[in-house]
Unconditional design. Structure first.
Length: 190
């Protein structure tokens, strides 16, 4: 069993090392922090969404912005599309593929930022969310996995973790989220 555990840590380390070795990836994380700060400075909000564990990451991103990360500071405008009543109502009335796009149609505004998280890059409801956000004039970011899927070509800023399993991809996604928040705070509050 110890060898299984050690191999999992080694695999996670390898995925992180590979992601970090590509300077373009680091530059994209920097751009995400800059765009997040710019969105907030301009009086707009950040909206995030994902499915399953990626929804948890979307919620984590929003709560770190509205709550606190490392230091006390003003709350920042962020929303994760995670309201169960909205999701079940929309899923029932329009289908699961519309749960995020419908929300964006209601509260998204030009100048807002959408962070869509999909480990496959092909989640139909994230695809529709990106389309709705683009129609609204929002800046779109895809936090993606594998080869980035269809979403890679649809968003303004694709950040792709080139791993094959959702767990390894999500491990890097949460690191990207934490580092983005840290860098956003430095831009806004130093």
């Amino acid at each position: 069993m110890l060898s299984v555990i050690k191999n999992s840590f080694a695999e996670a380390h390898q995925v992180l090392t590979q992601f970090m070795s590509e300077t373009a990836n680091l530059e994209k994380v920097h751009l995400l922090a800059e765009k997040t700060a710019e969105t907030i400075i301009n009086g707009n909000k950040v909206i995030s969404c994902g499915n399953g564990g990626s929804m948890c990451d979307a919620m984590h991103f929003a709560e770190e912005l509205t709550g606190r990360f490392r230091n006390d500071r003003n709350a920042l405008p962020a929303i994760a599309i995670s309201d169960p009543s909205h999701i079940t109502c929309t899923g029932n009335d329009y289908g699961f593929s519309s749960i995020f796009s419908r929300y964006i149609e209601g509260v998204g505004q030009a100048g807002d930022l959408l962070l869509g998280i999909s480990t496959s890059g092909n989640s139909p409801n994230i695809i529709k969310a990106v389309e709705a956000a683009r129609d609204k004039g929002m800046f779109t970011v895809g936090l993606l996995g594998k080869d980035g899927g269809k979403i890679r070509e649809m968003v303004d800023l694709p950040i792709v973790v080139s791993a094959q399993t959702s767990d390894r991809i999500q491990e890097i996604h949460i690191k990207i989220i934490h580092i983005t928040i840290e860098a956003t705070e430095k831009i806004l509050f130093t």
